[in-house]
Structures are given as C-alpha cells and as structure tokens.
Design a protein. Structure first.
Ligand code: ZN
Ligand code: ZN
Length: 525
C-alpha cells in the first residue's frame, strides 16, 4: 500500500516537473533533445520520459478564459507555456546574434592586435547584449500575454448586440494596445544611443508598412504616375543638406566627415606651399561661413591682390576665411565663390573638376561596398560558380550597379556644391537667401533617379531615418518640443503598435520579408 502511495506520489512529482518543462521546451523541442541525448542516456541506464509522455503532460490543461485576467495565466499549452517559450527563445536568438555582430565589428581590430580567441570572447560586451536580449524577450512575453487579454476583453461574441459596432471590437485593437503597452520593455536595454537607433528604425519601417496597408485598403487613393518612393531621398536630402550647412551641432559627425572628405575641391585644404605658421581655416570653419555669407545676401568680392588696403575690413565672423581670400584669384566677383574655389574663377570648371576627381574615388568606394555585399550573398555566388557563369553574372550585375552608385554619390554631392554657386548667378541676392538651401538639397537629391527603383527605396528609407532623427533634434534645439527623458520609448511603442496591428491583420503589407521572418521567429508563430 505504502509502495503504491509512493509510486503515485513520485508520478505526480514527475508530471509536475514535466509540466514545468513545457514552459521551456515545445513538444518538438523535447523530442529532438530526447533523440539527441538518447545514446548518452542509454549508457548511464537513465530513463527519461518519452516524447509521447511529454506530449500527454503538455496537453493536459484546458483553456481557462473565464475572465480577461485569467487568459494571462491560462496554462493551456498555447497560452502561458507557449508565451514563456517564445520569450526564452527570443532571448537566446537576440543574445547570440548581438554577440556575433559585436564579434564581427571588432574583428578587424582584433586581427591587427593578434588577440587569442579567449581574449576576444572576454572582450565581448556580454552584459550589454544580455540587456538587449532581455528587453526583446520581455517585449515578446508582455505582448503575447496582453494580446490574449485584450482579445478576451473586447471579444465581440461576448458583447451585447447593441455594442457590436463598437470600435473596440475591431480586430485591430488588441494587437495595437498590446504592442503599445509592451513598448516600455525597451527601457531594459540600458544603451540609449542603441535605443534611439532601434526606435528610429522601427518608426521608419512602421511608416512604410502603414502606408502600404492604407494603399492596399484603398484608404490612400491611387496617386499620380510621378508619385513614388523615389521622392523620399530628395525630400530627406533637402533636410540633410540644410542640417549639414545650418545646424552642424546636430548633424552626425560621421556623415559630416564623409561629405567634407569628399569635397576637397570646394573645401580647400591648406595649399602644400603654404607655411605652417600661417593660419588656414578648418573644413568646418569653411562650411559654417556658407550660411553666414547667405545671411549677408552673398557679398561682392574685392580681391586684396587688386585693391590692397582699400578692401573693406571683414566682420569678425568672416575673419577665419581671410587667408583664403588673400590668395584668391582676382577675377572672382563673389565672396562665396572666392572661398569655395579660390584658385579657379569659373564655377563650371570647378564643377567638372569635382566630378572628375570624386567620380574616381566614388567608383573605388562603390566597388568596395559591392564586394562586401557580394560576400553576404555568398550562397547564391557559389551556385553561380557551379554554373560557371560567374564572370558574365558579375559583369552584368556588378559593373552597372557600381557605376550607378558612383554616379549617384558623386553627382548628388557635386550638384549640391555647384548649386551654391549657381543660385547666386540666377536668383536675386535677397530672394530666399537661406531657404534656397532646401531647394538645393531637393534638386541634388534627384540624382537618386539613376539608381534602380529598389535601391531608390532602400536609399530613401535610410536617409529618411537620418532625417527623422535630425528633425527631432532640430525641434528640440528650437524649443518647439521638450526633450522628454527616454522619449524614444514613446515613438518606439507607437511604431511597434502599428507594426503589430499590421502583422496580425494584414501581414502582406509588411513588405520586407526579413522583418516578417524576424517577427514570426521572435513571436514563435
Ligand atoms: Zn488559454
Ligand atoms: Zn562658384
């Protein structure tokens, strides 16, 4: 009798333990772990419950959705156990991917300093990756629990017929509210610059998907033929160029360096024969004077070489440029041109010189970018190698892509510079002195049209993200909005709410297959 009692007691405990395991492992996961460990378990004569037993235990609990709250702790295999499993798997996935990315980022530096594998692994920011992974997995757990809660709370079948057309019964509401309320989980990630990067990325994607969904539902009417994603780049370019020239304090320094280093024809470095003891303005000092000269309505240039001491004295804010004006070609008539291309009086010749010089650099740059992207597409490359078509494939794809990319970069930057000169010649001096910079950015951004439509969208979305970030900083700088502490979480939550609503109701509007796959993997669906 006592043996029987013990047996049933231990069976009960076994079943309880097995049930706890369903919070970590799915039936499939248990079966594959069991198969994997079978040889080892056979050797030590240990007997573990079979996958069939596991499945029986995992299926034993019924749904308990009597009240909205009870859905959160419902022990049915598709409710709480599935949610915790998804959370755990999201943690493992994000933690691993984040460490792999960190490893790849630090690889070149590591190779140079010849570190051992142990040193490399010890150097990985595991804490930071763990916090990011924890924040994603918490989001998943809260989102999945709240979706069940709101679906039960707003279930149209449980409402009185009179309130059927109630807006909250719309299938859009539960994922929206769940996606929104799970948003603060992002705060678990302590790295604020990374939080801002993620939030801006998610925001730009949510705008794109919402637009797609509204187009599919015909809420946004059919647009004229010229309307398209190609407009994204000129519009954001107009904001980027103006921020580069007018608000360098909020402009990302990496892009500042990228443009300045590619514009040596306009941002003249110290001439090689110029003595080190003599002052020469820095690149930023030159760029900053463009806005000042514009606000002074593009003053005339009086060459010190011709007029000597008769040249009117410069205001203090223009003094840093004096060394350039002193050696500028006397044929210049505008201070702006004498600053930007001091030794060449013709704006057009400078423009062509720029294209010739930077065109070659851009070709090299795009060649490098294309090679890296080829490495990422390694699998299809191997397939092509097998088919012995590699040379024709590379020639057919790479050469036009590299040329288009190089033309786009060179001509967009060249045109932006040339228009600073060009507008002076066509527009009256007092006509839109500062706001013409926006027009300049838009026109030079039109060079995106040389790229293929898919690349136009990629480039447009990328610059839109930068543009959103800059607009936010600009509004904060102008005091239009207050920089709320952790404010990025607000737009992250709203953007995730939109994405989750679309994912649940119109998954096809999520046009990026990568994001669709990432969402289904993270949510375990
Ligand atoms: Zn349930
Ligand atoms: Zn000029």
């Amino acid at each position: 009798m006592s043996e029987l009692y013990n047996n049933s007691e231990s069976d009960k405990k076994k079943a309880q333990l097995l049930f706890l395991l369903t919070f970590v492992l799915s039936n499939k996961g248990y079966a594959s772990t069991h198969n994997l460990l079978a040889p080892v378990l056979g050797k030590v004569h240990a007997k573990f419950p079979t996958p069939v037993e596991f499945k029986a235990v995992s299926n034993c609990k019924p749904h308990s959705h009597n009240t909205p709250l009870s859905t959160i702790i419902c022990l049915h295999k598709d409710c709480l156990p599935q949610t915790t499993r998804a959370g755990l798997s999201a943690f493992v996935q994000v933690f691993s991917i984040s460490n792999v990315i960190e490893f790849l980022i630090h690889l070149p530096g590591i190779l140079k300093r010849k570190k051992s594998i142990n040193q490399i692994i010890n150097g990985l920011p595991m804490d930071s990756s763990a916090r990011l992974a924890l924040s994603v997995s918490t989001y998943v757990i809260i989102y999945k629990s709240l979706v069940r809660f709101f679906m039960r709370l707003f279930d149209p079948l449980l409402r009185k017929p009179s309130s059927f057309d109630d807006i909250v019964c719309s299938p859009l509401v539960p994922p929206f509210l769940a996606g929104l309320l799970a948003g603060p989980a992002l705060l678990i990630d302590g790295d604020q610059p990374r939080r801002i990067m993620i939030s801006v990325y998610i925001l730009s994607k949510s705008l794109q998907f919402t637009y797609n969904a509204l187009r599919q539902n015909r809420i946004i009417p059919k647009m004229p033929w010229w309307w398209g994603s190609w407009l994204l780049f000129p519009i954001s370019s107009s904001q980027l160029i103006s921020a580069y020239l007018l608000h360098p304090d909020i402009f990302p320094s990496s892009y500042d360096k990228f443009i300045t280093s590619r514009s040596k024809i306009y941002i003249n470095p110290r001439p090689s024969d110029f003595p080190d003891t003599m002052p020469w303005p820095t690149g930023r000092e030159i760029v900053d004077r463009i806005a000042i000269l514009s606000s002074l309505y593009f003053p005339e240039f009086y060459s010190p070489k011709l007029h000597g001491r008769d040249v009117p004295p410069l205001p203090d804010n223009l003094k840093p440029i004096q060394p350039i004006w002193e050696i500028a070609h006397p044929a210049h008539s505008k201070m702006m041109c004498a600053m930007l291309h001091h030794d060449e009086p013709s704006c057009l010749v400078t423009y062509t010189k720029f294209i010739a010089k930077e065109g070659v650099n851009s070709l090299k740059f795009m060649g490098m970018i294309y090679t890296i992207s080829l490495l990422f597409r390694g699998k299809s490359l191997i397939e092509r190698l097998v088919m012995k078509k590699i040379i024709t494939q590379v020639l057919n794809n790479a050469v036009p892509e590299i040329f288009k990319g190089a033309t786009f970069i060179t001509m967009a930057i060249a045109t932006a510079w040339a228009l600073i000169c060009g507008f002076q010649n066509v527009l009256p001096n007092k006509f839109m002195p500062i706001s013409r910079i926006y027009l300049n950015g838009f026109i030079s951004g039109l060079w995106v049209l040389v790229e293929s439509p898919k690349r136009r969208l990629d480039i447009g979305m990328y610059s839109l993200r930068l543009s959103i970030e800059l607009l936010w900083k600009l509004l904060v700088k102008k005091g239009k909005i207050r920089n709320i502490r952790n404010g990025e979480v607000i737009y992250f939550s709203l953007a995730m709410a939109m994405i989750m609503t679309i994912y649940k109701n119109k998954p096809k509007s999520i046009s990026s297959p990568y994001i669709r796959i990432a969402l289904s993997r993270l949510l375990g669906e």
